[in-house]
Design a protein around this ligand. Sequence first.
Ligand code: SAH
Length: 258
Amino acid sequence: MLTRTGRIGVMAAMPEELQALLDLMPDETAQHRAGRAFWIGHLHGREVVAVLSRIGKVAAATTTTVLIEHFGVRQIVFTGVAGGLGDGVRVGDVVVADALVQHDMDASPLFPRFELPGTGLSMLRPSADQTAAVRATVEQALAPSALVAGDTLADVHLDELGLALPRVHQGLIVSGDQFVHSAQACAALKQALPSALAVEMEGAAVAQVCHDFGVPYTVIRTISDRADDQAHVDFPRFIQSVARRYSLAMVDALLRAQ
Ligand code: SAH
């Protein structure tokens, strides 16, 4: 599913996630470009370039462009956290994107709302085959048996955070340059894009750059909040004890998979 022969770019949204990945790589060295540290090394026999995406669409687009144009990656995997929008998308669940929209793109009346001017597209879709394979691998990586016995996940204590076992969803992820944190903003997004499962700040920008360069990509998000006025969990604790570990287990499984 991921390329055996070319470099794979792994973009993490948070330093904790990047560090967990770097700890697994035996041989990484940093190269600096555009004020970012790109970590080049290997994992499970594959050549990996790992980097912090930085927050927001422009930052993520720049990071993606450098990965592709300067470091020559053939594929990109993005992991991070997101706000849950869809019914049944709970804190602690995971969403694999099969479509991405920039929810704050609006050049109407010149172009339809959400359309990326010049492309005729508002929704970008990673390859369906790859999405299905990624979803299956992620489901396996986060299966209850892995949560009990897996190296990375054995000490995830979901009950302490009041979380259920993770469900893996597949669907639309929407991105924009806003941290969505009110019931009102949430309702407006759901009205405009009813099928959206999660909201974050980078995925659809990564998708646009990958689309332009013809590079396959995958966006995976662990739900950290419900994008509303309630703080469901202690965010730093959630990142440390759940999101960071899920992210590592998922990326590790994707890189191992044939
Ligand atoms: N407290 C964190 C804030 C990160 S949350 C910190 O100190 O860094 C913002 C990141 O999480 C963004 O990269 C975004 O992609 C994602 N995210 C999580 N929940 C979100 C929400 N409700 N709305 C938008 N982005 C969200």
